[in-house]
Write a protein that binds this ligand. Structure first.
Ligand code: ATP
Ligand code: MG
Length: 872
């Protein structure tokens, strides 16, 4: 059975059992501060499980793209070394929200595996929760009994809290679980070693394939458990592992899920898979990581320096590191695997096809830049090694290694490898000390302590902000948040006009006014797990009061102008540059709008004007907003709404239409384009390979922008004697300036020769036969320097030039000494430094030529005397 058929059979089976088949949510999570990546099929149902969102279907099944590379689930270091953990993998799952529970969950899993896929019953084992006395949790006898219908007692194993009590994170839904394991070793091996001794022991052929979670509790921040409003079934089965079992292979990488990619790696690197264990690890790492990177980019997450982007960058670097070290790849090649990946997975995940070119470009650029780091790092490290070796040392300083690792991003294992090859070590203690300092810094910067919600009143928030910016409201819940040294509160209202930061638009701010007229500022509004959270610095006196919630109108209106303008810009870009332009991100505030999009070259000045013209024309046409709230996604698409590939949309969506601009959007907008008033692009630049950013302003901001420009022009005209033709005047000024410069040069040259000759004429000799050349008077510093050097080259022996001059009102000392005198011990730099004290200045230079500036002109004669005193 091919992977494709297995995936389909799962969906078909659960559809037959009345499950709604939903699509995978994006792998990158944008609106949840507690989670960066989807790490299980249940993530997209978190709100439903927590009771923050309504249950639309009580039975659901899907295939979810997951990523386990940080936080509670982090399998990164296993990947490549074992054959059954991936960074990105597909999880097959079925859910029941208050519908069926343990009995049916077990029945379905058993039937699907043994009747549909016909797995050997004798090789299946299950684990159940043994209970935990300190938390007063009982053994899951219920699950054990249901399994007893299908399996002998010897195949039902008790498991501890770590393996059989599933938790999403430190807080949130949890409950006992039951895992299904399979032993796929040969019969002889099974004879020799009992399967029971290998379960949960990291044996590559005795592995867990499916986990059935029976969620019945919610863990609170203080660690205590409370019952969930409704019981939930949440199951997850690793698709790649299932393919291995069904296809009778010994490793996930031997299935058709990975074979195309592995062959492509072999073709490029000329190393075939299965020949050498070290190289096989590297091949597996690359085969695994290319999927993660490609899916992330397709989901809109590019490698970068912060947060999720940084995690992705590190994964890519891990792949480069392995292929650099073990597959002899010194040049970028991972991007060349994209076509094979798209071939093998594009049909199921069309976002890969759409983003193919983009993925290649981004990956290639990342690879190249990291390879460069490796090259620079290797050089630096070798230099440190050489330095240590010349001092007969065998260890190098841990601080140096840390800098290499931290500042240059040079991987630690590669450092160790290079040191090992050169018979060197690093001083671990000093490295560890730096590392812990760094961790401390990071911890201080990020710890946020969030208290439990205090629920004052049950209920959901009604958002009224599309229609009004003030309303009466009551507080539903509140909690305290501590971050670094500050404390603030978050509150949820029963009704709110406040727009929570989402879809690139910033959150509203405003006031909460109590019945006595006392107001509290709402600093920001954010969205978390479907809750609209208002951020305030202090709690109102009476939490149960009825308040007036008022949005800051000026800021909201300015933001709306920028949001509507963003839509017009999006449409205009596709018109002017082409339909390859896709939104890659946007930021809309009251000050500015920012729009990121795919495009491979700079947007020209001409194109920028075209964009501005199209948009300002639409503003003048004063096109009215047509808003469609809550229409089915299919209908929105039929209307021609632009949807983003990587966004997950609800079944019912909101459509924002201004004439021919039609977008799916949850943001707030002006009621007609006329309010925008004006639009100007203020910058355009590249933010990463193939992605450009436009920043623009609207309304009053444009007015201020133009006034500032006008003032510049006006002032320039004033400076040029109130000229009426500014350009002509500037041109004239430039050509006059060129002419004057030439004249000054000629004049200076002539003057230099004249003065130099004067100096030579007045040359004196000391008793010991040294020629003294002295210059005093008002001269530009450049002339003095020229004279010094000319005399220095004409009189190469026994010559001593000393100048005490004034340039632009400041005293200047200059000394030039011939080399024979320098050899005899005279040092111009030293002499000038001493003498400069007299003119209240300082200076220096080389031993044959030095200068010093100062503040006190009156000191010049004394300083000169001091200088001349050095020779006799
Ligand atoms: P394991 O102990 O093998 O790491 P887990 O207990 O972390 O698994 P769950 O969180 O229960 O796994 O996830 C459900 C299923 O997803 C597992 O039974 C397994 O088949 C699959 N799975 C989990 N992690 C990975 C991974 N990193 N790569 C591939 N499949 C995975
Ligand atoms: Mg795990």
């Amino acid at each position: 059975m091919t992977a494709k058929k297995i995936r389909q059979s799962f969906k078909d089976y659960f559809e037959n059992k009345n499950h709604k088949i939903v699509s995978s949510s994006p792998m990158i999570i944008k609106n949840d501060p507690t989670l960066m990546f989807t790490n299980a099929g249940m993530n997209q149902f978190k709100d439903v499980i927590l009771g923050n969102a309504l249950v639309k279907y009580t039975r659901i099944a899907n295939v979810q793209k997951c990523l386990r590379v940080n936080g509670k689930h982090n399998d990164l270091e296993e990947v490549g070394h074992d054959t059954y953990h991936h960074t990105m993998f597909e999880m097959l799952g079925n859910w029941s929200f208050g519908d069926y529970f343990k009995k049916e969950a077990i029945e379905y899993a058993w039937e699907y595996l043994t009747e549909i896929l016909k797995l050997d019953k004798d090789r299946l084992y299950v684990t159940i929760f043994e209970g935990n006395s300190s938390e007063k949790l009982e053994r899951d006898n219920e699950a054990a009994n249901y399994w007893g219908k299908y399996l002998p007692k010897s195949h039902i194993i008790d498991g501890n809290k770590k393996d059989n009590f599933w938790e999403m994170g430190n807080m949130g839904p949890c409950g006992p679980c039951s895992e299904i394991h399979i032993d796929i070793r040969s019969d002889e091996e099974r004879e020799k070693v009992d399967s029971l001794t290998l379960i949960n022991k990291n044996h590559p052929q005795v592995i867990e394939i499916w986990n059935l979670v029976f969620m019945q509790f919610n863990r609170k921040i203080d660690g205590s458990l409370e019952n969930l409003p409704q019981k939930v079934i949440d199951t997850g089965m690793g698709f790649e592992r299932l393919c291995m079992v069904v296809q009778g292979k010994a490793s996930n990488y031997d299935t058709d899920v990975f074979q195309t990619i592995i062959q492509a790696i072999s073709t490029i690197t000329k190393f075939s898979y299965g020949q050498n264990s070290q190289r096989d690890i590297a091949i597996r790492v690359v085969a695994d990581h290319i999927r993660t990177i490609a899916f992330s980019i397709a989901d809109g997450q590019l490698p970068s320096n912060t947060k999720a982007g940084y995690v992705i960058r590190r994964i890519l670097r891990r792949a480069v590191r392995y292929s650099y070290t073990f597959l002899e790849q010194k040049r970028a090649f991972i991007y060349r695997l994209i076509p094979s990946l798209v071939d093998s997975m594009g049909e199921v995940y069309p976002e890969l096809i759409a983003q193919k070119k983009m993925m290649q470009k981004v990956i290639k650029e990342e690879e190249n830049s990291f390879l460069q780091t490796l090259e620079i790092g290797t050089k630096l490290l070798n230099k440190k090694i050489q330095e240590a070796k010349t001092k007969n040392k065998t260890t190098i300083n841990g601080v140096d290694v840390f800098i290499l690792y931290d500042t240059y991003g040079f991987p630690l294992d590669l450092i160790k490898l290079i040191l090992h090859e050169q018979n060197m070590k690093m001083d671990k203690a000093s490295f560890d000390a730096e590392m812990s300092k760094q961790k401390e810094r990071a911890r201080n910067a990020t710890t946020i302590e969030t208290g439990d919600w205090i629920v004052l009143q049950e209920g959901d928030t009604q958002f009224v902000g599309y229609d009004t910016i003030t309303t009466q409201a009551r507080i539903l819940r509140c909690r305290k948040v501590k971050q670094k040294n500050t404390e603030y509160y978050q509150i949820v209202l029963d009704k709110t006009p406040f727009y929570a930061e989402m879809g690139g638009q910033i959150g509203d701010s405003g006031q909460l006014i109590d019945s006595n007229g006392i107001s509290i500022s709402i600093i920001d509004t954010k969205c978390e797990n479907n809750l609209v959270i208002h951020i305030i610095n202090q709690l109102p006196e009476n939490l149960y009061d009825t308040f007036n919630a008022e949005v800051d109108a000026r800021k909201r209106r300015a933001t709306e102008c920028n949001h509507t303008a963003t839509h017009l810009l999006h449409e205009a870009l596709r018109l002017v540059l082409g339909t390859h332009v896709e939104q890659k991100g946007s930021y809309v505030s009251s000050e500015v709008l920012r729009f990121d999009f795919s495009h491979f070259k700079k947007v020209t000045e001409k194109e920028i004007r075209q964009l501005e013209k199209i948009i300002t024309k639409k503003i003048r046409q004063n096109i009215a907003l047509e808003e469609k709230r809550h229409i089915p996604l299919v209908e929105a698409r039929r209307l021609g709404a632009i949807a983003l590939f990587y966004e997950k949309y609800e079944e019912n969506v909101r459509v924002i239409k201004f004439g021919s601009s039609i977008e799916l959007c949850g943001g707030t907008h002006t009621t007609s384009t006329g309010y925008i008033g004006n639009f100007r692009i203020i910058s355009e630049f590249s933010i990463s390979a193939g992605i450009r950013r436009i920043e623009a302003i609207t309304a009053e901001k444009v007015e201020s922008f133009f006034y500032a420009q006008q003032d510049i022009i006006h002032n320039a005209k004033m400076l040029l004697n109130h000229t009426s033709d500014l350009l002509q005047s500037i041109k004239k000024l430039i050509s006059e300036n060129i002419l004057l410069k030439k004249q000054v040069e000629t004049y200076n040259r002539e003057k230099t020769i004249f003065i130099k000759n004067q100096v030579i004429k007045t040359k004196k000799q000391t008793p010991s036969g040294i020629n003294l050349f002295i210059l005093e008077g008002f001269f530009p510093a450049s002339i003095v320097k020229d004279i010094a050097f000319q005399i220095g080259s004409e009189f190469t022996e026994k010559s001593y030039f000393a100048a005490a001059t004034v340039a632009e009102g400041k005293p200047l000392l200059t000394i030039m000494i011939s080399n024979d005198l320098v050899k005899n011990g005279l040092n111009a730099s030293q002499i000038v430094r001493e003498a400069s004290k007299i003119i209240k200045g300082n200076g220096g230079g080389q031993s044959h030529f030095a200068t010093a500036g100062g503040k006190d002109i009156n000191g010049l004669p004394m300083a000169l005397k001091e200088i001349l005193n050095k020779v006799h």
